[in-house]
Design a protein around this ligand. Structure first.
Ligand code: C2E
Ligand code: MG
Ligand code: MG
Ligand code: MG
Length: 282
């Protein structure tokens, strides 16, 4: 009994500490939004058929004055809960759009380079999101066809109807949609077919160790088969080895992203070559 009480006191104290930590984070996050402490890193992806760099995903980083670089996993959940994700997401989108236009103008990225930006359901659900999206395109002069917005399968699943109508409105602007972390959200094939999207990003948990785990490989093969008749780009995330890249190419997955080709890096450190030298030759 006594030890039970001790356990309880321990959990209480622990919970208290966590609540305090969360509210401090929230306060700092407000400050970060006001003072534009966010930076955008870019992780390119390649076409497996020829190794060409086709586009890059914008990934937010928070340069915290004392804690250093904070990764999105540590603040996106709090940003989503508080609604701050609306402002953070817009800052990321605007920066990424400016950067992309500049890179294309300098001839560093080809004119059809695809910019991928992550979107939270919370943004999709906010009433003025479509207007804000259009005004970013107007201000930055980024052509709509250069932009893809990524939303995770699990977020889509939890906001079914609103999300579906939101996606249709985004596509009406000429912007493309990618379903992110696909395979972790339990959507049904029937549901998927009703949805308006342009690419599917296979979650890295399936890619990771696919060469040792035949179940993972069979799941990816099933996704390839399932999307064969659809006009959809399949992108595999988290490729770390040449063997994985080769296997994916053989299975019929056309695009890939991962540390093998490039890590997320600041704009100034993007790969300068047009084609990766990391793909094994046939
Ligand atoms: P995500 O959109 O699925 O992005 C891919 C994540 O996987 C990135 O983590 C990337 O660094 C990591 N990754 C890429 N290739 C590899 C690999 O080969 N091996 C391994 N182990 N990891 C790899 P990051 O940058 O920490 O971002 C984590 C998540 O945070 C993102 O997952 C995305 O859901 C979210 N996020 C990032 N930026 C934003 C943003 O601007 N807005 C929103 N709403 N979410 C964002
Ligand atoms: Mg993503
Ligand atoms: Mg992803
Ligand atoms: Mg992921």
């Amino acid at each position: 009994k006594r030890s039970e009480t001790a356990m309880y006191v321990y959990f209480e104290a622990n919970m208290q500490a966590r609540i305090q930590e969360q509210s401090r984070l929230l306060l700092e996050l407000h400050h970060a939004v006001q003072h534009h402490q966010f930076e955008v890193y870019y992780q390119p992806f390649v076409r497996l058929l020829d190794g060409r760099f086709c586009g890059a995903e914008a990934l937010v980083r928070w340069r915290h004055p004392t804690r250093g670089m904070v990764s999105p996993a540590d603040f996106i959940p709090v940003a989503e809960q508080s609604g701050l994700i609306n402002q953070i997401g817009m800052q990321v989108l605007e920066q990424a759009a400016y950067d992309t236009v500049a890179q294309i103008q300098k001839g560093l990225w080809p004119a059809n380079y695809q910019l991928h930006v992550n979107l939270s359901a919370r943004q999709l659900l906010s009433a003025d999101f479509i207007d804000k999206l259009q005004s970013v395109l107007d201000r930055t002069q980024l052509p709509a066809e250069n932009l893809t917005l990524e939303i995770t399968e699990s977020q889509l699943m939890s906001h079914e109807h609103l999300a579906t109508s939101g996606l249709t409105k985004i596509r009406a602007l000429g912007i493309k949609i990618a379903i992110d972390d696909f395979g972790t959200g339990y959507s049904s094939l029937a549901y998927l077919h009703q949805m308006a999207f342009d690419s599917l990003k296979i979650d890295r948990s399936f890619v990771h160790s696919m060469t040792e785990n035949s179940t993972n490989q069979r799941i990816i093969e099933a996704v390839v088969a399932m999307t064969r008749g659809m006009d959809v780009h399949l992108v595999a995330e988290g490729i770390e080895t040449q063997e994985e890249a080769e296997r994916l190419r053989d299975i019929g997955c056309h695009f890939a992203q991962g540390f093998l080709f490039a890590k997320p890096l600041p704009l100034a450190e993007q790969p300068t070559e047009r084609v990766t030298d990391k793909l094994p030759t046939r």
